[in-house]
Design a protein around this ligand. Structure first.
Ligand code: S3P
Length: 180
């Protein structure tokens, strides 16, 4: 149970909050998207475009399997990673899994019209797309997570405090009240 994994939709703060938690817990921070980009040698939009989403999801499963054999990590996942039941089970088996959430409006504000997110790129109504994806994904996120933290109205440091408090409650590790 030594890993801490953050799951949730794009723009919920997984990487930002994950980096803060890793620093405070003195654990290594890893990001599944970055690991895939390193392995493949192409950006995420390039992988989606040239090899398709299914190849990206296959790479995601390989990376999660690999990470599940390692300890003392803070893992930030891609927004779709934990939707795969196999990935969810592996992540739960090696640590605490926390779902970060935010409203569709806040997600849109945070991700903007980023071309780095193929699922939202070239979309005429990104808010409607975010709402539809959230509706479809919500039960799977809930199933995959041990706990959830809403990052919508709070700063990343405050969200990290909440995450660390849960991590300490369950594992006994960390000092949640440290000032960042
Ligand atoms: C995806 C989210 C992205 C990235 C890919 C697919 C998704 O990660 O993995 O574009 O399916 O929600 P972030 O959540 O880090 O943006």
């Amino acid at each position: 149970m030594s890993n801490l994994t953050l799951i949730g939709f794009m723009g919920t703060g997984k990487s930002t909050v994950g980096r803060i938690c890793a620093r405070r817990l003195n654990k290594r921070f890893v990001d599944t998207d970055s690991l895939i980009v390193q392995r493949v040698g192409a950006t995420i939009p390039e992988i989606f475009h040239s090899q398709g989403e299914s190849e990206f999801r296959r790479m995601e499963r390989i990376v999660v399997d690999d990470l599940s054999h390692q300890s003392d990590l803070v893992i930030s996942t891609g927004g779709g990673t934990a939707l795969d039941p196999g990935n969810a089970a592996l992540l739960r088996s090696c640590g605490l899994v926390i779902l970060l959430t935010a409203s569709p409006e806040m997600i849109l504000r945070r991700v903007g019209r980023s071309q780095n997110r193929p699922l939202l790129a070239n979309c005429s109504d990104p808010l409607a797309r975010i709402r539809a994806l959230l509706l479809e994904r919500e039960p799977k996120y809930r199933h995959a997570a041990h706990f959830r933290v809403d990052t919508g109205k709070i700063h990343a440091d405050a969200a990290a405090n909440e995450v660390l408090m849960l991590f300490q409650l369950i594992t006994g590790e960390g000092e949640p009240n440290e000032t960042p």
